[in-house]
Design a protein around this ligand. Sequence first.
Ligand code: GLA
Length: 384
Amino acid sequence: MDTSQTRQLFEENFSVTPAHFAFAPGRIEFIGNHTDYNGGLVMGAAVTEGVTVAISLRADAFIHLVSEIGDSVQIPLGNYTPLSGAASWTNYPIGVTKVMSELGMAMSTGYNLAVTSTLPVGAGMSSSAAFELATAKALAALYGFETDTAGFARIGRKAENEFVGMPCGILDQGVSAFGRADHLVKIDCATEHFATEPMPGGAHFWIFNSNKKHALVDSAYADRHRECHEALAGLQADYPDATTLSQISQSQLEASTSKLDDRLYRRAAHIIGENDRVRAVQAALLNGDLAAVGAALSASHESSRYNFENSIPELDTLVDLLKLQPRVYGARLTGGGFGGAVMALTAPEFGQAQANIIAAAFEAQHGLEPSIFHTRAGDGARLL
Ligand code: GLA
């Protein structure tokens, strides 16, 4: 892992040598859309790109944070309130600092932190979770804090939920923490059980970032979160023991349609369908049946489009174009939706030439140049 850029940013700003470097990867959501905060199943992959932080202790009681993308920020130790505008990037490390302090991490002096990233911005590959995990690893090394891999993932999620204010599940932080080269990470979010499974040989990931973002992504995500809970409340009239949508089966949902209006029915159908598709993908992976994996990925996108309404026309175009390619097994939006990127699972023969054809057709239709990104499954968060 090349730390030269992070080192340079750090040394230019702080005139000392970093004590530690930590790296955490971004992620691809493979299958299992919006299931995480519904107690369901999800599979993702850490990518080889991510966020690197450099850190050192200060002699005073201040935290100094620098990045290539926003304002430098200095805050007194213990004075943790979310910032906005060009300083809002600091909410990730400060949120993590606050959570770890509450978990007992003793800090008698502050720290310097510099951050750099190799993740495409706004592509929905979770640079925020990567930043949280890299910060948590670096702080743990600096202040002698210990926890296990799941503990690091939970710290990141807690910072995101309680400090940044995003009601996300454990997917992004879990995959960034548990990633493994050439493996998928599978999470049972009901039990927070994390496992890795080998990626099928010869399968490749291509990411097409539409470069289009819904203006209200965060509030749209929060709306879906609320609608899932409303759907659950409706279904609990028939299934009082269910504490999450993931405990309700497709046939139970069909038997209880009278308990939901059309919109809430479709939200529930998406979550329940996604859990079934994660199971189908797992079985297909065991059989090495990439065509069946691809069919489930494409079905997931259709469900996003019609049931969960978290796609946008630009993502639909990318998926439709990709599905026409014989070397593409399947394609779907990856992550929260409402903009961002599409992920395609492809055969090795799919290359830059095929990707360029899709980009040109997309641009002709939407007047936007998509960013293309060929990546593979990489290792999880670590101290360098
Ligand atoms: C975002 C959230 C995740 C997950 C996905 C949708 O990436 O951060 O927790 O809910 O959306 O599956």
